[in-house]
Design a protein. Structure first.
Length: 256
């Protein structure tokens, strides 16, 4: 109902994104961290991008579209394995407005590491596909999105790819600095460490959990979760080179 009201109030609105919420009841360490990521993405990042009128890489299935706007951008890309994120950025390129609504859709997080890696590898493969398409003609993308919109795209879509690449080497380097007396982390590494923990704290405070002890434990173990993306990225790159349009199906609990 809220989506229908928003479309009625704003004729310029092309799409509304509903938040996805992780059902972490009974879930383990991996599921809680997955839910933390969703909390920061859908409860903080996307609403901020919408307020600033920046490009929004759509996520999940909780999207509602105005038919005419969807037809104007050519509909979904059948060959992109993150067609939602791609569609959100195509809306931005054509000047279409995207906003967020409050009612959430509940999704069950992956419980096993192999399922998590499979899902994450598909996301990363799709992000790379979308980024490569945009960067074929960067001057055109800048003209269509605007300079700030182009920068925002790099800080969301591009940063997602980059973070998957750097977190494991960064963790290894931190371990070397702790174990080798002459090694020096440097101010840049320390700054990155502080910024990463700041994001983790924000995420932990936005997702419902059973107690603060759970949140504290998750905050302290963030450096061991984020590097897992590296393995998903390697799988994504391999799949992109061999089977670029293959969709890794993620099993979901129908009781969520």
């Amino acid at each position: 109902m809220e989506a229908a009201r928003r479309f009625a109030w704003d004729p310029q609105l092309a799409c509304v994104q509903a938040p996805l919420s992780g059902n972490v009841r009974g879930g383990g360490w991996l599921s809680r961290h997955w839910a933390l990521e969703y909390a920061i993405q859908f409860n903080r990042m996307m609403p901020a991008l919408a307020r600033l009128r920046m490009p929004i890489p759509l996520g999940g299935t909780s999207n509602h579209f105005r038919k005419a706007a969807l037809q104007a951008v050519g509909g979904w890309d059948a060959w992109n394995v993150t067609e939602d994120a791609d569609l959100g950025l195509r809306f931005a390129r054509l000047g279409k407005k995207v906003d967020v609504i409050a009612p959430p859709t509940v999704e069950t997080p992956p419980q096993q590491l192999d399922v998590w890696v499979g899902q994450r590898s598909r996301w990363l493969k799709g992000f790379i596909q979308t980024w490569l398409v945009l960067m074929r003609y960067p001057s055109t993308a800048i003209k269509e999105m605007g300079v700030l919109g182009f920068i925002s795209m790099q800080l969301t879509l591009g940063a997602s790819i980059l973070s998957a690449l750097v977190h494991l080497p960064w963790l290894v380097w931190c371990a070397v600095c702790l174990l080798v007396p002459d090694a020096n982390m440097g101010s840049v590494s320390l700054g990155m460490l502080a910024a990463s923990y700041a994001v983790g704290v924000i995420a932990a405070l936005t997702v419902p959990t059973s107690s603060f002890a759970v949140r504290l434990r998750d905050i302290l173990t963030i450096p061991f979760y984020w590097p897992l993306q590296f393995f998903a990225l390697m799988r994504a790159l391999y799949s992109l080179s061999r089977r670029p349009h293959f969709w890794v199906k993620t099993p979901h609990d129908m009781d969520a």
